[in-house]
Write a protein that binds this ligand. Structure first.
Ligand code: GCU
Length: 613
């Protein structure tokens, strides 16, 4: 059976598996611009290699038991008198900064994979017992068990997406303590799985914020241009609270003198749809953002939203109906100068500033959702963005629990960024081995993404290989190519296989009428190591590979963009070659000391000469 019909059969089969479409439950929309109380700063921590704070010596969990043992760390116990035995004490324990991974903050934790407990005490100024209180985490890698004043608020898994818990029922005016058990151990059935090519930074890696909300508040909304009519805004508003039904909600865009009122249904939900005439569309050349106010009698949220359309037509990507070439670069979430996971607006300015300097109008945020500062800054800078969940390499395709984890991360990503004009592509995966099970897994993810948001494009970083009868002809044999909107693949000819001298003889045979993005290519070079062009690891070798690859890729029919691998060298336990790697993947165009390599200027020059039609 021809691959296309086989895919069709699979898509029919998949249609019987309706992925659950509940969005991330009560995840606050636009926490970024809401006023909250930050819990960023120094938290006490206890390294707990044997999870003594969670299990007793018979490996029975203290958590949830009637009488948790004396070492239940989440109780934050203190000795009653000088004889009493309590074998932990957060208040005499050292501290570390939140947000921040532990690997880059504590040398003894550089390679650590396991559990670390965090504790922070706080008061609520102007505590109001008629209000509701949430605690929101930008992300914790990988599993977070969260407790307030000794009681469990909940658990979250997934190292790169936001989550929050209501804590109204446990919060006091004074002397609250939040305790978080963070466990970053890798596991075969998780997402990502055991093997990745990046550092497994553990910890509370993004902002922690307390929000005070009304009894009924604006939990979620989507306000975007209609997919097929750029003169119309469509979306929805979702309220949360006991009086959410039949509630009047006002949506305003003051600059356009637009005001629309809707009334929620019994579930606190209201569709939004209104004409928008004199709008200036958001684009990479003119990243116009409008202040959008959403209000009820009890709550108001203000967001900055760009209005644009993104679609494909044959082999073209159209931004507001005009063909666009995506001059991109791949980026890992790392502040290599300071060390560790990037998380702040300053980190985002450094990374996206380098991308702009390169001449980019597009970035691939690999291989997992980056912190919200990146996408918010991309909105302001006019940088188009590919966002991705870490369905990376050898995921457990036949494990329903693994699918749910991947789908939850996808839903949390879409929930957070669905109002961001710069987000144009949701990527389902990276370099995953083809199989029927993997096709069903990824097809279901794509279905979920399209149901949650039909305004953006779906892709995934696939792989190419040489045709059996002619190694100079490269092809992509992957049935998921029938499902995506944009055909993207990683190609490393000249680095992993093939020779640099032969790159100019390579051609790609693409028999699909879709835009093509080269989601990765590149070579490793130790910045400052200079030799002849054929010496691997030299800047000259990396420069030659770019000089040979760029014009060859430009010949691909339907080429609509590229994100060479990668902007900056990044830490990886897979890259231990002394003296060139020393625990770093060296395919960056910039070193971990912020120095540009020669290939940076090769790509910069190529982008300068790309003519946007
Ligand atoms: C792969 C993978 C990257 C990895 C890169 C490399 O394509 O997608 O995550 O870092 O190759 O080998 O450097």
């Amino acid at each position: 059976m021809k691959p296309y019909f086989r895919t069709l059969l699979f898509l029919t089969l998949c249609s019987f598996i309706t992925p659950s479409l509940l969005s991330a439950n009560d995840l606050l929309q636009n926490s970024y611009l809401r006023k909250g109380m930050s819990l960023n700063g120094r938290w006490h921590y206890i390294v707990d290699v044997y999870e003594t704070g969670y299990f007793n010596y018979r490996m029975e969990p203290h958590d949830g038991s009637e009488n948790p043992g004396s070492s239940a760390y989440f109780l934050n116990k203190k000795p009653k008198n000088k004889t009493d035995r309590v074998e932990y004490d957060f208040d005499t324990a050292p501290t570390m900064l939140v947000p921040g991974d532990w690997n880059s903050q504590k040398e003894k934790l550089f390679y650590y994979e396991g559990t670390v407990w965090y504790k922070k005490s706080f008061n609520i100024e102007y505590f109001n017992s008629s209000k509701r209180y949430y605690i929101h985490f930008g992300a914790v890698n990988y599993r977070a068990d969260v407790y307030l004043n000794g009681e469990k608020l909940g658990v979250h898994k997934g190292g790169f997406t936001p989550f929050n818990f209501e804590m109204t029922h446990l919060l006091k005016e004074k002397d609250n303590f939040i305790i978080v058990k963070v466990d970053n151990k890798r596991a075969a059935d998780e997402v990502p799985t055991l093997s990745t090519d990046w550092w497994n930074y553990g910890g509370i890696t993004r902002d922690v914020t307390v929000y005070e909300l009304g009894n009924t508040f604006i939990e979620d909304y989507k306000i975007q241009l209609d997919k097929s009519n750029n003169k119309y805004v469509t979306g929805y508003v979702q309220l949360n609270g006991s009086t959410k039904a039949s509630k009047r909600v006002t949506i305003e865009i003051p600059e356009l003198k637009l005001q629309k009122q809707v009334t929620t249904d019994t579930n606190g939900y209201a569709k939004v749809s209104f004409p928008i005439k004199k709008v200036t569309y958001w684009s990479d050349k003119n990243p116009k953002l409008y202040e959008v106010k959403i209000s009820t009698v009890e709550d108001q949220v203000v967001d900055n939203i760009g209005f644009r359309t993104i679609e494909t037509k044959g082999t073209n990507i159209l931004l507001n109906g005009k063909k666009v070439f995506l001059k991109g670069i791949s980026i890992h979430e790392e502040n290599v100068i300071r060390g560790g996971r990037a998380w702040s607006i300053e980190d985002a300015r450094v990374l996206l500033g380098w991308a702009k300097e390169l001449g980019c109008n597009y970035v691939r945020l690999a291989h997992y959702p980056h912190n919200e500062n990146m996408i918010r800054l991309a909105d302001q800078m006019g940088i188009l963005v590919w966002e991705e969940i870490p369905v990376y390499w050898t995921i457990q395709w036949t494990n329903p629990e693994t699918y749910k984890k991947a789908e939850t991360q996808l839903k949390e990503l879409i929930h957070r960024d669905k109002n961001r004009a710069s987000a144009i592509i949701w990527s389902m995966a990276n370099e995953t081995p083809t199989s029927n099970e993997r096709l069903v897994f990824l097809t279901n993810l794509a279905k979920t993404a399209r149901k949650l948001d039909d305004t953006r494009l779906i892709s995934a970083a696939l792989e190419d290989h040489g045709r059996k009868d002619n190694k100079n002809i490269m092809i992509v044999e992957d049935e998921f190519a029938q499902v995506v909107d944009i055909l993207s693949f990683n190609q490393y000819y000249g680095w992993y296989g093939g020779t640099v001298e032969n790159i100019k003889n390579i051609r790609w045979e693409i028999d699909i009428n879709k835009p093509v993005i080269i989601s990765e290519f590149g070579a490793g070079a130790l910045q400052g190591y200079h030799a002849d062009k054929m010496t691997r690891w030299s800047e000259e070798f990396q420069e030659l590979l770019y000089e040979e690859t760029l014009p060859t890729l430009a010949k691909i029919p339907g080429i609509s963009g590229m994100t060479p691998w990668t902007l900056v060298d990044f830490r990886s336990p897979r890259r231990m070659l002394i003296p060139y790697q020393n625990g770093w993947n060296r395919k960056g165009l910039i070193s971990e000391t912020g120095n540009k390599k020669k290939a940076f200027y090769t790509l910069q020059k190529f982008y300068k000469n790309v003519k946007q039609k």
